[in-house]
Ligand binder design. Structure first.
Ligand SMILES: *Cc1c(COP(=O)(O)O)cnc(C)c1O
Length: 487
């Protein structure tokens, strides 16, 4: 057992011990307002070294891309180049006050402008807004734009947005939040959108109530929606617009420009595809690209360049702001740095390697973990398996056991259309050795499932806490540290 495996001790406080000494004040001393001082708030008294060791030890208890393979499907946990952090930490970016005017912040606005232009080049869209804080917020903005578009034309009858049953949970949630009914379109036996079901949903009188479609390509099964043009044509002929969930752009960037497939609006998760550390809750950025029908409705402000001067303004029919100031600016700096680092060729190669890595891993584990859909054809950047180990072993057991092998588990129980889904996205930044090591761990776990299923049922074994009661955690959450366990 090494230092990092010892249990974390939280109670390190020693009365009177101090980490900092404040300088003698050179201004008049005033007593703190007593009503603001909480008597029950017992702050720990600790020296600096103990604090550093405590936080370093706690940080090592977590999984991270910098520490372990993190094949969390749909989340694109690629390596985040450290040069991104250097760029984001530049004083001129980090210390710029958001209330400064355009004249004082030409550099920052130039970066926003150049990132907009780069994303246009990658996706083919006509306009880009970098306002939104995440993919989900981009979705909401995009669907509100679709809504405004129909209303501006006096078309008030459209109430339904069609969403494939393989969609990310944020898609139907977005439709509902934007005031629409999310209508599920089933997948066919190959995992693609069931074209017949889609045509039925758009046929006859029903056509008048179709506001649009939300679709991910490649879909959450990691398969390219090969009839995408026909799908889009069907929705368009009914008078609907098409929202593209661009979370899976990592499979396509530099190869296909999504706007050319016919999407009207699409978000890109800059924190996924363009490498900002994510997974702990943010900050992220949902860049929103729009085609000719919707560019005027994009959220503002958007950066423009006229006569050598950069400025910020909202487009003419903008749906407004979704976030203060210019969104999560530091994520935009990272995304721009990453794009400049890779260049046009590098971006294409990243997508190619992402697909190659996924296919190599899919091949390595196919005997014990065959893909639930598309086992007989290449996948894109990820794939979904449906483990059937017997002995009562569930996907959760496999996921928990993977932690003992030093790997972050893949996404579990998503997409919903795959029973016991295990969704694996290795990304382009992993080496052949890492992929082989992960495949070996999965195979070892399959063997354990046959010979010692209890080992899986009770995993993880090498973590400070073992299997958690997830139902109790959801029903009776303990949201702050307590030195005594909750009753
Ligand atoms: C991650 C993801 C989203 C949501 O994006 P956030 O940035 O997490 O809000 C939507 N759709 C798909 C397919 C995703 O993978």
């Amino acid at each position: 057992m090494n230092e990092y495996e010892t249990p974390v001790v939280y109670e390190l406080s020693v009365p009177g011990r101090q980490g900092v000494k404040l300088p003698k004040p050179d201004v008049h001393k005033t007593a703190l307002p007593q009503e603001l001082l909480r008597k029950e708030l017992r702050l720990p008294e600790l020296d600096e070294l103990s604090s550093v060791r405590h936080f370093t030890r706690v940080s090592r208890k977590n999984f991270s891309v910098d520490g372990q393979f993190y094949p969390l499907g749909s989340c694109t946990m690629k390596y985040n180049p450290k040069v991104n952090e250097e760029a984001a930490a530049l004083q001129g970016f980090r210390r710029t006050h958001p209330l400064l005017g355009a004249r004082e912040t030409q550099g920052a606005i130039a970066l926003i402008y150049k990132l907009q232009e780069s994303l246009k080049a990658v996706t083919g869209f006509e306009g880009f807004s970098l306002q939104c804080a995440a993919g989900a917020q981009g979705e909401l903005a995009g669907v509100l734009m679709i809504r405004r578009y129909h209303h501006d034309r006096g078309d008030l009858k459209r109430t339904r947005i069609l969403v494939p049953d393989s969609a990310h949970g944020t898609n139907p949630a977005t439709c509902t939040m934007a005031g629409y009914t999310a209508e599920t379109i089933l997948s066919d036996s190959s995992g693609a959108v069931d074209l017949k079901a889609l045509k039925t949903a758009c046929a006859g009188e029903k056509a008048e109530t179709v506001a649009g479609l939300m679709i991910t390509n490649p879909g959450t099964l990691g398969l390219f929606e090969h009839r995408i043009r026909e799908i889009l044509r069907t929705v368009r002929e009914a008078g609907g617009l098409v929202y593209g969930d661009g979370a899976n752009l990592n499979a396509l960037m530099g190869i296909i420009r999504p706007a050319e497939l016919g999407f009207d609006v699409m978000h890109i998760n800059l924190h996924k595809t363009f490498s900002t550390p994510h997974g702990g809750g943010g900050p992220g950025a949902g860049a929103l690209g729009a085609g000719p029908a919707l560019t005027a409705y994009l959220p503002g402000p958007i950066a423009a360049l006229t006569g050598g001067t950069y400025s910020l303004a909202a487009p003419p029919k903008s749906i407004g702001r979704l976030k203060a100031f210019n969104g999560n600016f530091s994520v935009l700096v990272r995304a721009y740095t990453y794009i400049r680092l890779l260049g046009k060729e590098g971006i294409r190669r990243a997508a190619e390697y992402a697909v190659l890595n996924a296919n190599y891993l899919k091949h390595l584990i196919k005997d014990e973990f065959p893909a639930a859909f598309g086992a007989d054809r290449p996948c894109m950047h990820e794939f979904v398996v449906s483990p059937r180990m017997g002995n009562g072993i569930t996907t959760m057991d496999i996921a928990k056991r993977l932690i003992d092998y030093g790997f972050h588990p893949p996404t579990v129980y998503f997409p919903l259309i795959v029973k016991e889904a295990l969704m694996i996205e290795p990304t382009e930044t992993e080496s052949k050795e890492t992929l082989e090591g992960f495949a070996a761990a999965l195979k070892a776990i399959a063997q354990e499932a046959r010979t010692n299923p209890e080992l899986l049922k009770t995993a993880p074994h090498h973590t400070p806490v073992g299997r958690l009661d997830e139902i109790a955690a959801a029903r009776k959450p303990v949201l702050r540290y307590q030195d005594k366990p909750a009753p």
